[in-house]
Design a protein. Sequence first.
Length: 349
Amino acid sequence: MRLNTENTTCRNCQTEMPEDSLYCPKCSQKNTDGRIPILSFVLDLLENIFSLDSKLLKTSWGLFIPGKLTNEFFQGKHKSFATPSRLFLASALLFFAMLSVQVQQIIQDEDITGDVFGMNEKSRSKEVQLAEINKAREELGNSMIDNAIRATLDSAEIKIKQSDVDTNLVDISLWSGNYKFIAADIMNLTADSMIQKYQIKGFVDQMVFKQAYKLTKEPKSLIYKLIGNLTWMMLLVIPSMALIFKLLYIRRKKYYVEHLVFLFHIHAFFLFVGVVFLIYKQIEPGPMLEYETLGLISVFYLYALIALKSVYEQGWIKTFFKSILVLFFYFIVLFFCMIIISVVSFILF
C-alpha cells in the first residue's frame, strides 16, 4: 500500500491520527491512500503465509511428543501454538481431502452398482429373456431329455411373447408399507413418476424411495458425500468422548474443556499420520497390507497410551486399563456416529 502521511484520519476506524503517523494508534492499520500496488499485496500475502507456517510448523513438531501440546496449552501458552480446534480442523480437512482424491482414483474405473432394490436378476427385458431362451435352445442336442427341455423352452417363449407386461416384480419395504414394482419401471421411469404411478404415500416413504432410486443411478455420489461428511462425524465423536473422559477421570477434577482439548490434539496427530500414510500410498499404490495395518494401530495406541500418562499423571497400570476402557467406548461412540452420518449422507446426497 502507498503510505500517505498527510492523511490525518484513519480510513478504517475514522480515528484522528498524529501528524506524519504511519499507523493508526487505535486499529494499527497503515496510513495509506487506500490504493494497493501489486508488490505490496504480494509482500503482505507472503508475510501472512510464512507467519502462519511458522506457528503451524512449531505446533506440528509439538504433536510428535504425546501430551506436550495439551500440557503447554493449560500452562497458558496459547499464542505459541495453533489453537487445538484449528489444528484439528486443518488436519481433518487435509486428510479427508486426500482420502477423497485417493478413493476417487480407485473407484473411477470401477463398475459400482447401487442395487438397493435387488434388481440385478429382475430387470431383464423381454428381449433379453428371449435371447437367453434361444441361446439355451442352440446348446441342446437331439436326445429325449433335450427334446423335453426344448418343448419347455418353446412354452416359455410363447408366454413371454404373449405377455403385455414385465412380470419381474421387485418387493420394496418402506416406512409405512410394502410395495411391488415392475422392474422395468424402475429402469425406465423417473422417481417422481414411480411415486405417482404406485401411489407412494407419506413424506418419509417418498424421501426414502427417491434417495434409494438415486442410489441405483448414482452410487458413487453417496460414497463422495459420505467421505465429505467424515469431518462432521469426528466432530460428533470428540465431544462425546470428552464426556466419557469426564467420567473416567472424575477424580482428576479436570474441566470438560480440558478433555476436549486433549482429544483435539490426539485426533490431530492421528489425522496427520494418516496424511503421511496416504502420501506413501500415492507413491507405493496398492491394497493396505497386514503389517501396514498393524503398524498404524500400534503407533496410534502407543501414542494415546503415553499421552494419557503424560496429561492425566496416573500410574502405568491404571493408565493401561483405562486406555482399554477408552478404546472400548471409542468404538461404540464411533459406531453410532457413523450410523448417524451415514443416514444424513443418504438423505442429503
